[in-house]
Design a protein around this ligand. Sequence first.
Ligand code: DAH
Length: 360
Amino acid sequence: MNEIDTLSDSLLGEIAAAQDEAALEQLRIAALGKSGSVSALLKTLGAMTPDERKEKGPLINGLRDRVQGAITERKEALGQAALDARLAAERIDVSLPVREGPEARGRIHPISQVIDEITTIFGDMGFSIAEGPDVETDDLNFTKLNFPVGHPAREMHDTFFFAPDANGERKLLRTHTSPVQVRTMISQEPPIRVVCPGRTYRMDSDQTHTPMFHQVEGLVIDKKANFGHMKWVLEEFCKAFFEVDSVKMRFRPSFFPFTEPSAEVDIQCSRKGGEIRFGEGDDWLEILGCGMVHPNVLRKCGLDPDVYQGFAWGMGIDRIAMLKYGMPDLRPFFEADIRWLSHYGFRPLDLPTLTGGLTS
Ligand code: DAH
């Protein structure tokens, strides 16, 4: 085999084995570039005799054309293979269902859902929303609500206290949403109609209690608001919230320092088959505390009890969420377990409305 055939075999072999366009380009430069092996052979033609050139010329030019042709062919084949691989990788099956985007995949926590439901119902009755801080003063959480210092009712609240500050004042985590009533009466002129949802804290933990929980407070103050109005408001609320046409309610006399008279409210339910249903049956379930705002509270908030009167109530949000949606244990509400949330959570784009339905 002569030198040209040897070079031809080795170049064509390498070109056929090149795995990508970069390797192929290297081979092209090594063969056909300025100082490439084929270019070197072409240069030898100049120094040959006419006879030699007549014989070698076609061989060397033929080599160059073969190498050039092989490179072009291999380049096309590599390009096609790359395209095929990309088409295979980017293949989509248009018959598959559309995957939900992140905004549709997220879930609304049942507490947020129930707060939205409650505020929608009371909003429809003309109430506004009021809020207050989680860290409260002893004065607003207790004293202004007619819990005298040293009164045993204070002890029933299992309060989390902070260390006293430089003035000896001991702040606390509010034990109920009732201080928001006080804040509202101090800062707003009657008539007042507010609901105050928010976090509350007590040292308590079992299946139906967590140290942080939620309440919603309601307050109505004007010159005529009476117990009958309160019964109507609470009954309308329960019907709308539990989505039933009628519900029987039982007002049992009770005691709260900030209301007089005070009552605890039970609603009618059935517990047949271990499942609670509202608006039927002859069992009772306690859902809230309420009463006529105590004249001492009105006075401490700067309102004249001979002019103004009103009613208030307080309800555990977690508890009514558990009842409405059949959740047996309160603790997982606050464990941030995504599996629990995707089971019990609500779709973010289905907001509760009275016309469209509260529950999606
Ligand atoms: N604050 C009470 C509690 O946490 C609930 C309550 C009862 C609120 C009667 C009220 C009320 O406004 O009138 O147990």
